[in-house]
Design a protein around this ligand. Structure first.
Ligand SMILES: [Zn+2]
Length: 534
C-alpha cells in the first residue's frame, strides 16, 4: 500500500490537464479544456476538464472524476496502478507501507538493460561500429546485446528478481513448458518514455536468414504501448521544445545516427505508422513535424497517412522522402550529412504532399479522371481547417492545371462545437442555486435560515451537497460548468426567499383542496409565514 501522506503529496502536485493531455488531444475553451470523449464515440467535444477544480466530466455519457480516475478508466488500471503510473510520469517517488510489497518493474528492466549493455562486445560491437555508430552514441542510447535465453533467465534469478514481474514487463515470455527471453541474440535498443522511464526494448537480429523478423519490439504491456510512444523522445524532447521541430523517422538506427549528426530532434515510431494516439505527445510539444520516410511504396503510403492525420489535427510540417535506397542512417554513415541537412531544410509541406499523393493515381489528360481527382482533393481539404484549406487552392489549381475558381470548398465537414445542454432533472434556476452552495458551502447557513428543508428533500444534488460528496455524478456536471454565474450573498438570500415563497404558495394551494379537519388552522400558519417573508 502507498502511504497516505505520500498519496496526498502526489495529489497536491498532480495537474489533471497534464495527465489527460498525455493520452488525448485537448484544447482550451474558456477557463476549461474540451476534448472528444475517449469513452464514447463522438465528433463534437462534450468532454470537459477543469484545471481549477481538477476534475473532468463528459456531458455526453456522464463519466467523470479526478486525474487518477481518468488514468484508471483510460489505461484500464486499478487505483494503485494508476497512482503509480502518474507518479512515474511526474518523476515522483512514492512511499509504501513497510509491511507491503509492490511490483517493481524498474529493478527488472534496469537490471536486464545493464546486462544487455555489458554483453555488447566483440563481433556485436564491431557490427555497430562498422555501421558508423560511435561508442559515444552506443553509450547515449544504451545500445546492448541480448544473449541466449537461458543466460538471461539465470541473470534475473541470480538477482532475486521475480520472473513474473519480468513476464509482465515483457522481458520474458511463457509457454506451456518454458519461461524464455523475448529478445534473444539481438542488438537491443532500450525504449524510455518522456519521463526517462524504461518501458520496453527494440531488438535487431544480426542474422541474415529468412523467416526471422529483422526487428522485434517488446509487446504492449502495462508499461509500454508502442502506438503512444516515440523512440528517442526522452533524449530529443528538450531539443524539440527549443527548436519547435520534431523529426519523425521509421527506425531506431535512423534516430541514433541523426542524433550523431547533431539532428537531436529525431524520434521514431516503433513498428507502426504514426497513429492518432501519437497526436497528444506531438500537440504537447507544440512543434512542426518533419516526416522522414522511405521512398518505397509502403513508405510513401505511410507518409501520406501521417500527413493526413497531422494536417487534420492542425499540426504544421512537411515530408521528406528518401528515394534510391537512401536512408538517414546510411547518409550519416557515408558522410552525406550536408545533403541530409539540405533535405531537412526543404520538406514538402504536409498538405501539398497529401494532394500530390491523391492526384498521382489519376490520369490528368482524361478530363473525367481529372474531375475525379479534383473531387478527391476537395474531400480531403474539407476535413482540415477551412482557412488553411483556402490557402491551398492555389497549389491545387496548379497541380491540376485548372482555374482556381473551379475549386469551391464551401462548408467544411468539421463539426460544430458542442454546447452544454442544461440538465433535464435540474431547472436552470436550481443549477445556479446549487452551484452557489457547492462553491460557497458557508452559504448553507443562510439557506437553512431562509428555506424549509422539505423544499429540496429527496433532491439528489442537494443530498450530495449536504453529505459532502463533492465529486458525485450529480454534482460534477454543475461543478465543472463555467457558464453558470453564482450568486453573491445578497442575491442568494433573495433567491432563497423567492424559493421559499413559491414553496409556501404551492403548499397553500394544496391545502385549499385538502379535506383535513384542521385545514384552516394550517393555512393560517402558512399564510403567516408567507407574510413574514414580505
Ligand atoms: Zn463520454
Amino acid at each position: 500500500m502507498i502511504t497516505k501522506s505520500s498519496l496526498d503529496a502526489l495529489k497536491d502536485q498532480i495537474d489533471i490537464i497534464d495527465v489527460i493531455s498525455n493520452s488525448i488531444e485537448i484544447r482550451k475553451a474558456g477557463a476549461n479544456f474540451k476534448a472528444c470523449c475517449p469513452f464514447h464515440g463522438e465528433d463534437t467535444p462534450s468532454f470537459v476538464i477543469s484545471p481549477t477544480k481538477q476534475i473532468y466530466h463528459c456531458f455526453g455519457c456522464g463519466v467523470g472524476g479526478d486525474a487518477i480516475k481518468f488514468v484508471q478508466e483510460y489505461d484500464k488500471l486499478n487505483f494503485q496502478e494508476a497512482v503509480e503510473k502518474i507518479a512515474d510520469d511526474m518523476n515522483f517517488t512514492l512511499e509504501y507501507e513497510s509491511n507491503t510489497t509492490h511490483t517493481d518493474y524498474k529493478a527488472t528492466m534496469e537490471t536486464i538493460n545493464s546486462f544487455y549493455e555489458a554483453n555488447l562486445v566483440d563481433k556485436k560491437l564491431q557490427y555497430l561500429l562498422d555501421r558508423g555508430i560511435t561508442k559515444e552514441s552506443i553509450k547515449t542510447f544504451e545500445i546492448g546485446y541480448a544473449p541466449r535465453s537461458d543466460v538471461q533467465v539465470q541473470l534475473l534469478k541470480d538477482n532475486y528478481l521475480n520472473l513474473n514481474d519480468a513476464i509482465e514487463a515483457g522481458v520474458l515470455a511463457q509457454d506451456k513448458e518454458n519461461i524464455y527471453a523475448r529478445l534473444r541474440e539481438r542488438i537491443t535498443f532500450p525504449i524510455r518514455n518522456h519521463a526517462n522511464k524504461l518501458i520496453g526494448f527494440g531488438g535487431r537480429t544480426l542474422r541474415q536468414s529468412e523467416g526471422i523478423a529483422k526487428y522485434l519490439n517488446s509487446p504492449d504491456t502495462k508499461l509500454f504501448n508502442k502506438s503512444r510512444n516515440l523512440y528517442g523522445f526522452n533524449l530529443a524532447k528538450e531539443h524539440i521544445y527549443k527548436k519547435g521541430t520534431m523529426v519523425v523517422t521509421e527506425g531506431y538506427l535512423d534516430v541514433v545516427m541523426m542524433h550523431q549528426a547533431n539532428i537531436k530532434t529525431a524520434v521514431a515510431t516503433m513498428g507502426t505508422a504514426l497513429t492518432q494516439q501519437h497526436i497528444p505527445i506531438i500537440k504537447k510539444c507544440n512543434c512542426r513535424v518533419l516526416l522522414c520516410y522511405d521512398g518505397d511504396n509502403a513508405g510513401k503510403t505511410a507518409a501520406h497517412r501521417a500527413a493526413v492525420l497531422l494536417s487534420q489535427h492542425e499540426v504544421d510540417g512537411g515530408v521528406i522522402i528518401f528515394e534510391d535506397n537512401l536512408d538517414p542512417a546510411d547518409m550519416v554513415k557515408d558522410g552525406k550529412i550536408e545533403q541530409l541537412y539540405e533535405m531537412l531544410k526543404n520538406p514538402m509541406p504536409l498538405i501539398e504532399y497529401v494532394l500530390r499523393h491523391i492526384i498521382k493515381d489519376y490520369d490528368l489528360d482524361n478530363p473525367h479522371n481529372k474531375n475525379q481527382a479534383l473531387s478527391a482533393c476537395i474531400s480531403y481539404l474539407k476535413t482540415i481547417n477551412l482557412l488553411v484549406a483556402e490557402e491551398y487552392k492555389g497549389v491545387l489549381s496548379k497541380l491540376l492545371n485548372i482555374a482556381s475558381h473551379h475549386i469551391t470548398l464551401g462548408q467544411t465537414t468539421i463539426k460544430k462545437d458542442f454546447t452544454i445542454q442544461s440538465s433535464k432533472t435540474v431547472s436552470k434556476a436550481d443549477e445556479k442555486f446549487f452551484k452557489t452552495i457547492i462553491e460557497k458551502p458557508d452559504y448553507l447557513d443562510l439557506l437553512f435560515g431562509n428555506l424549509d428543508y422539505e423544499v429540496y428533500e429527496n433532491n439528489t444534488v442537494f443530498e450530495d451537497i449536504l453529505s459532502g460528496k463533492n465529486n458525485s455524478d450529480a454534482i460534477r456536471p454543475l461543478l465543472i460548468r463555467d457558464d453558470i454565474v453564482i450568486y453573491n450573498k445578497e442575491d442568494f438570500i433573495r433567491a432563497c426567499k423567492l424559493k421559499q415563497k413559491s414553496y409556501l404558495s404551492e403548499k397553500l394551494k394544496q391545502l385549499s383542496t385538502s379535506l383535513d379537519d384542521d385545514v384552516f388552522e394550517q393555512m393560517d400558519k402558512v399564510q403567516k409565514r408567507l407574510n413574514e417573508i414580505g
